[in-house]
Design a protein around this ligand. Sequence first.
Ligand SMILES: Cc1ncc(COP(=O)(O)O)c(C=O)c1O
Length: 431
Amino acid sequence: MRFAQRMGRLGTETAFEVMVRAKALEAEGRDIVHLEIGEPDFDTPANIADAACEALRAGATHYTPAAGIPELRRAIARDATARRGVAFDPDDVVVTPGGKPIMFFSILALVDEGDEVIYPNPGFPIYESMIQFVGGTALPIQLEEARDFSLDVEKMCDLITPRTRLIILNSPHNPTGGMLARADLEAIADAVRQHPDLIVLSDEIYSRMLYEGEHVSIAALPGMRDRTIVLDGFSKIYAMTGWRLGYGLFPQALAPVVARLMTNSNSCTAAFTQLAGVAALEGPQDASERMVDEFRRRRDVIVRGLNALPGVTCRMPKGAFYAFPNITGTGMSSRELADLLLYEGGVATLAGTAFGSFGEGYIRLSYANSIENIEKALERFKETLARHAKPRGTSRAKTAAVQSAAGKNGATAARARRTGGRAKAPAGANG
Ligand SMILES: Cc1ncc(COP(=O)(O)O)c(C=O)c1O
């Protein structure tokens, strides 16, 4: 079949592919600890699920306005105004099935072929995928471990040209757990104000999953409200990944344009899900707070355990629920280690390169799993390293290690052998 050329530029999110591979291993009888996918292991709080059931019974089964029901847009604007300290109007809100479409729609609405977009690397892979898909020029800015996974603002500002349309920020950050400090955001805002056509897409989906410091939204800095798109949603903080409910807070002129993209693609977000969103924002918040407290405990366990492993060092993440250890001391590449951990160790993680080229030398572990499972994963990690760690600088063929692990694991492993342990992805894909 002949595909449109742009499909060759579409990337992917490796987490979903690793999850499929891990589940295939489980179907063969293997015991796998899942630290690959970025979703809370908690159930959605009961008051939210009850609200959805009631909404369904009351007939909330029809189309809604493309930008979302007025009650939810009002609740989101109220919540965002209170949390960020800058006024948002319900008309600025567009509700979408998950936070992800906000990336796609913002880039579609703003970026013409050849326009430039600056985005974090390592970073959420869909940013780069979407930039390239629409024919934009992707300009990665490295998040540096030495800066506690923040970025060099001066270097970032040097990348800005008259063709730069969008700067994508993500704080707290996936995959590193790093955060952007107020001073850095102020410096970025200064640069943005000098370029009238430049907009910031601020991905704040983890803004309530903080273990230290304060969350600062660049939208709240002077003059930035109308130059910023805030991406947020219900997936993480209310453990609602499968519900598909997110939103964007847009500059006034942009919200109706993005609503038109909703009309053209989804028509609307599911009606009963939106009513559950109202219950989430207006109901008690203690379940979310308890979940964040539990993530903090798990963070401490996983980071301590990782730092005790030979050849592994891990910074303390400040937010989200990911650890991003430096594994260069093991002598293995990110991919090599992630494949060994999965096929031999029975621990599903992601290679740092799933988040871009500057992710080499790291792996990502989601600690949205029980302390018992995290401890089991750390023990397996230790055993795997004891069998395979090699002094820095030696270069055993990657496939040899994967093959020896894959050889023990039947059909899935044979597939891994054929692909070098790699899920097939179109050109341009991360991972
Ligand atoms: C940084 C970041 N932004 C956005 C999303 C999208 O979330 P949703 O499931 O609401 O589409 C994710 C999900 O993993 C994420 O990590």
